[in-house]
Design a protein around this ligand. Structure first.
Ligand code: PMV
Length: 352
């Protein structure tokens, strides 16, 4: 234990964006330490933000957590408290903290608030505890809160090196300004997902095709990494689309523990499939667009920024029939400490 803290430890606010995987993390080597079986590549989504304030206070008898102005579920409180416990252990302090978090986007729409949430919590929590962790340590710690949160620490495009322990963290592949992409997320009525990504990760190795996916991933990673660095959209688009389908092939052919009535996990809804068909049609008509899908029905559409208007027009043509909504992003920054007094991000607090 350290020397304890003063009751007036300053509050620290940090923000982070969720990230969209271009090469997906699906399947875990270690479920406790959140170690993935494969490297993955992502881009931060500028259109969605989690902002989190942490203040340690000796008057508290337990951690307090408020999300979007309300008290979250007991499971969410326990998950945040477990992360605060990791931060206390690192800082050598016994003090509990008040955590207030706000998301700029609705829950359950297929954008992982756990990634932006644990990235922002890790940065705000460690700074509020008086720690100044480097980018690797922050990413590694964020991973323990939620695997893919490690990719929301660096700016722009990130690669999570799977590793086997402390060497499992994300590094920057390219800064946000490297490539002016537009990411249009089409989401449908918020609905709790039937099978969580946690269950999906656990079930993945039961698919008879899982080994084939892992064998394919080396080439997929090389292709996507190269396409990002070279800004080659047609190569990126086809690789990313096939990669997303590969995850869903695994999900659809997985056996979920304790749920013998399930022949597989189907994250798609009819609207998901309608948009996938539309993307192939739009591409045949000359629009350079690609989709990717995570563990839910939302469809993420990628174009180069010059095609943003054409894509939004095309999406606008099918949306009334599908009943979805859109969120538009560009490649986003990494986790940041926010200078609330000045109402802007503190550039000196850049992690990368
Ligand atoms: O970090 P988790 O446990 O929510 O898993 C993320 C899983 C996917 O979003 C489907 C893929 C990814 O790499 O983000």
């Amino acid at each position: 234990m350290g020397e304890g803290v003063k009751s007036s430890m300053p509050a620290v606010t940090a923000m982070a964006h969720p990230n969209l995987a271009l090469v997906k993390y699906w399947g875990q080597r270690d479920t406790v330490r959140q170690l993935p079986l494969n490297d993955s590549i992502s881009v931060n989504l500028s259109g969605a933000t989690t902002t989190t304030t942490v203040q340690f206070d000796v008057a508290l008898e337990k951690d307090e957590f408020e999300l979007d102005g309300a008290r979250p579920s007991a499971a969410a409180v326990a998950r945040v408290s477990a992360h605060m416990q990791r931060i206390r252990a690192l800082a050598g302090i016994p003090t509990y903290a008040r955590v207030q978090s706000r998301n700029s986007f609705p829950a359950g729409i297929g954008i992982a608030s756990s990634a932006s949430g644990f990235a922002a919590l890790t940065l705000a929590g460690t700074r509020a505890a008086g720690l100044a962790l480097d980018a690797k340590a922050l990413s590694s710690l964020a991973r323990l809160g939620s695997g893919s949160a490690c990719r929301s620490i660096p700016d722009g495009f990130a690669e999570w090196l799977a590793g086997t322990g402390e060497d499992s963290y994300a590094v920057q592949l390219a800064p946000p300004e490297h490539w002016d992409l537009a990411i249009v997320t089409v989401y449908f009525d918020p609905q709790p997902k039937a099978i969580s990504s946690l269950e999906g990760h656990r079930a993945a190795p039961s698919s008879p095709f899982f080994e084939a996916r892992l064998r394919q991933l080396g080439e997929t990673l090389r292709t996507v990494r190269w396409a990002v660095l070279e800004r080659d959209f047609s190569t990126l688009g086809m690789a990313v689309e096939r990669e997303a389908l590969s995850l869903h092939v695994i999900a659809m052919s997985s056996r979920v523990a304790g749920q013998p009535h399930l022949s597989g996990i189907y994250y798609w809804q009819p609207q998901t499939l309608a948009l996938m068909h539309a993307v192939q049609r739009w591409r045949a008509e000359g629009l350079a667009v690609a989709f990717t899908l995570d563990a839910g029905p939302a469809v993420h559409l990628l174009v180069e920024a010059e095609n943003r208007g054409a894509l939004l027009e095309a999406v606008g043509g099918v949306l009334p029939a599908l009943g979805g909504q859109v969120l538009v992003s560009a490649p986003g920054m990494g986790a940041r400490v926010v200078d609330e007094e000045k109402g802007k991000f503190n550039a000196e607090s850049r992690v990368f």
